[in-house]
Design a protein around this ligand. Structure first.
Ligand code: AMP
Length: 437
């Protein structure tokens, strides 16, 4: 048993897994940029009140899962690790006067989130989200743009069969009457409610609909639906979102029970689902409109919409968890070996010059026999071994093409150019064969 282990609910991402993560992070950044969403970074912790207000006090995320940082002194501010990105981004929007920028302000962020949840498969205490927010546009078109962007992210990531679940949860005009009706419904079943849900019933009945407790499933399936009780403005907005999605050819399924776990969502709510390997449905990501949130965090009333896409569950769904899938970006193209095991200076100098010229290169610094050095180069998947020997007196080294088994003398000054040229031609040939195959 090692003395120290990663904290419960967290994982180390080892080099065999990180190429998948790098690929997904790049894809997220590329798509965000293509759609005009600009990168923002906010702190990983905020004043606890940002989340209490911005997520809602009567939510699982704040009541049960908020990762609070123990203050050092009596009078210290209460801080918490961010459980989701929207509250912090909206806090930044208000703080930096972004309401004076051209609207909507379109922002993207990818980073770790923290929830003090009970760890299980696909549920961690530190996990990653790709997040998109458009703040300052009330129209239904931006809802469709964001939903389509998320769907494209999964498709481009290589995950087929992701379903969009869609609902509208109304607004301040129509939701109170619905919540009253829902409260009355649950009151008639109060004996069947688990303790936490019973406790929440009078404070926020909408949360019961969103409960993960299996004891709630049957009750929730029979609960009244908000979709039938939307005010005209919300019904119109919902119809327009659907019309835009239809026009974009984005399939979706209406899910009247979908309310999302955050308090200040209004109107559009959506989730991305995929059938898990054991057949159960798993939420891969979700989002919604939050037209009341900017005001709650101290800004002028401003509409907004966004999504958070969990990368951990996407990686699980892709089944790429621990497999080394692609050739690693850190594989060297050239390994510098030498007949004199002790001459690490020359080998390191040649590798350094190659790297400065842009060639991924490694020097063998282990002070071992040439044969062992060459075995290492082959094991690394290097294309070339550069062998330093007596020819160095004439300013030359051997350049050995490992897969081809050929070798020639090259002037040290020409190495980078020669390696880049030969490696480029080799890769081109490989790509051509792959296309033809
Ligand atoms: P939520 O805001 O709770 O809907 O979360 C959005 C997405 O983040 C989910 O669909 C998951 O993919 C991911 N996610 C949320 N909580 C966790 C967690 N504890 N562990 C891993 N991924 C999570």
């Amino acid at each position: 048993m090692p003395t120290f282990r990663a904290p419960r609910g967290t994982r180390d991402l080892l080099p065999a897994e990180t190429p998948t993560w790098t690929r997904l992070e790049r894809l997220a950044a590329d798509l965000a940029a293509r759609y005009g969403y600009r990168r923002i970074e906010t702190p990983m912790f905020e004043q606890t009140a940002v989340f209490e207000r911005g997520v809602g006090e009567v939510t699982d995320i704040v009541e049960k899962e908020l990762f609070r940082i123990a203050p050092r002194t009596e009078e210290a501010e209460s801080w918490s690790l961010r459980p989701e990105p929207t509250a912090g981004i909206v806090r930044a929007y208000v703080q930096h006067g972004m309401q004076t920028w051209p609207q909507p302000v379109k922002l993207a962020m990818t980073g770790p989130m923290f929830r003090y949840d009970r760890p299980q498969a696909g549920r961690y205490r530190q996990f990653w989200q790709f997040d998109i927010e458009a703040i300052g546009d009330a129209g239904a078109a931006v809802d469709a743009e964001i939903i389509e962007l998320g769907a494209r992210f999964y498709r481009d990531a290589g995950l087929a069969g992701v379903e969009v679940l869609l609902n509208s949860i109304g607004d301040a005009a129509c939701r109170p009457a619905y919540v009253a009706e829902l409260t009355a419904y649950y009151r008639t079943h109060v004996a069947e409610l688990p303790p936490l849900e019973r406790d929440r019933l009078e404070r926020n009945a909408l949360r019961l609909l969103d409960s993960k407790d299996p004891a709630m499933a049957a009750l929730n399936a029979a609960a009244p639906h908000i979709t039938d009780r939307l005010c005209d403005a919300c019904a119109e907005h919902f119809a327009a979102v659907r019309a835009h999605l239809d026009a974009l050819g984005v399939p979706y399924r209406l899910e009247p029970g979908l309310v999302r776990g955050l308090d200040y969502y209004t109107r559009t709510a959506f989730e991305y689902y995929v059938r898990g390997r054991e057949g159960q449905q798993q939420a891969l990501g979700g989002g919604g409109r939050y037209d009341g949130l900017v005001e709650l965090l101290g800004g002028r009333p401003t509409p907004g919409i966004g999504f958070g896409i969990g990368l951990d569950r996407l990686v699980l769904a892709l089944g790429e968890g621990s497999a080394a899938t692609q050739s690693d970006a850190a594989d060297p193209v050239a390994v510098v070996a030498g007949a004199d095991p002790d001459d690490t200076v020359t080998r390191l100098r040649i590798a350094t010059d190659l790297r400065a010229a842009g060639v991924p290169a490694r020097a063998d610094l282990a002070r071992r026999k040439l044969g062992k050095q060459l075995e290492g180069a082959a094991r690394d998947g290097a294309h070339f071994a550069i062998i330093v020997g007596d020819e160095l007196d004439g300013g030359e080294v051997q350049l050995r093409d490992l897969p081809a088994g050929t070798q020639k003398l090259v002037a040290v000054g020409d190495l980078a150019r020669e390696v880049a040229r030969a490696h480029g031609a080799h890769r081109h040939g490989k790509d051509k064969n792959e296309v033809e195959a």
